[in-house]
Design a protein around this ligand. Structure first.
Ligand code: KG4
Ligand code: ZN
Length: 337
């Protein structure tokens, strides 16, 4: 008995086939990074067109496994994400569900990131998760898989988005996170960044960091390599310090048994070091973190999350299934579970 999962919410198209015992039979992801490089960010229309071009090749590769093993369920990201991109994955999943007469489990993308750690471990509830990606920065409390609460979220840009925008301004390439992360290793923290003050102390705001970085850039133009490295180091230190403070604050306020750090930005070297510090500070809590290959968008995380949520078996509901670009976790739990 296996599950086939699809993730296509942004610029990655990914398929995973996993057994109930968590054995990964197939997992491949097509990234469109090369296509979007020239725009310095994801171009939504092109992302969905690329998915249309690419999914056939991936499905063809997965086909051998579909025939060899008995697929008993399908899973797909229903939202949040880019509508055009989501729709491609959903349409493929619906077609497979109808053709093979299989149940289909819609999955919330952020819950997918959180459950990415279940490829190797199992979440212990209550669990607190910090999700840091290109579209999200959220502190989430999971009392169970279906009792989930937002504790804090960004009031403006997501942390990965700011990395990407600063890198774009510096014409360093896309995605900016890994590039600035590498440069941050070589610089000194010579630039000042002010921490924003927020009403809810567990909320985040990154637009101030972005403006400060842009101001530093304008003042210094033309920048030397040393300037760029120093800016990357200063920015990264400020951001990681902010994330660390919020996590400590939240862990003092909520008595949880485990902590999950996930999302594309959790691949960041300094963010990982920060998580190691937290592990030492809170030895009684289980601290989970996906392996770097599973930090970004992938279908394996969707398969792991799907095990906790309900399948659609009714043909009419299946046929009417649509994408939900702005789906909150609360809406997901009440509408699909
Ligand atoms: O989770 P993800 O693959 O897609 C979304 O759901 O958004 O995250 C992508 C984001 C991009 O903004 C990228 O720049 C950022 O994660 N990222 C990083 C690093 N690796 C990826 N940011 C900082 N440091 C990194 N090493
Ligand atoms: Zn994501």
């Amino acid at each position: 008995m296996c599950m086939l999962a699809i993730e296509s919410s942004c610029d990655e198209f990914s398929i995973a086939i996993v057994t109930e015992q968590k054995t990964v039979l197939f997992h491949e992801t097509y990234s469109q990074i090369a296509t979007h490089q020239q725009f310095g960010g994801v171009f939504p229309e092109i992302a969905s067109r690329e998915h249309v071009k690419q999914f056939g090749y991936l499905l063809e590769k997965a086909k051998a496994f579909i025939h060899k093993y008995q697929i008993s369920a399908l899973a797909v990201t229903i939202g949040p994400g880019l509508s055009g991109s989501l729709l491609i994955g959903i349409q493929i999943a619906k077609t497979l569900a109808l053709y093979y007469d299989l149940p289909l489990i819609p999955v919330h993308h952020i819950l997918g990131h959180i459950y990415s750690i279940e490829n190797e471990s199992t979440i212990i509830y209550p669990c607190m998760s910090l999700v840091i990606s290109g579209g999200h920065t959220e502190l989430i409390l999971l009392k169970s898989a279906d009792d989930v609460e937002y504790l804090g979220r960004t009031q403006d840009d997501a942390v990965g988005e700011v990395y990407d925008k600063i890198a774009k301004k510096l014409e360093l390439g896309y995605p900016g996170g890994p590039i600035l992360d590498r440069l941050a290793e070589q610089g000194q923290p010579t630039f000042h960044f002010t921490k924003p003050k927020l009403k809810n102390k567990l909320d985040f705001s990154f637009s101030g960091y972005k403006s400060a970085a842009m101001n530093h850039i304008y003042k210094l133009l033309p920048m030397t390599e040393e300037d760029i490295c120093n800016l990357a180091t200063s920015f990264q230190r400020a951001i990681v310090h902010d994330l660390e403070q919020k996590m400590c604050e939240a862990l003092e306020m909520y008595d949880v048994k485990s902590v999950v750090l996930c999302g594309g930005v959790s691949a960041n070297r300094d963010v990982r070091k920060m998580f190691q510090r937290l592990k030492k500070k809170y030895p009684d809590k289980k601290m989970f973190h996906p392996i770097p290959e599973l930090c970004g968008d992938n279908a394996l995380m969707i398969a792991q999350a799907a095990k906790h949520y309900k399948a659609i078996r009714d043909k009419d509901i299946l046929l009417s299934l649509d994408c939900k670009p702005n789906l909150s976790i609360k809406e997901f739990l009440s509408e699909y579970n």
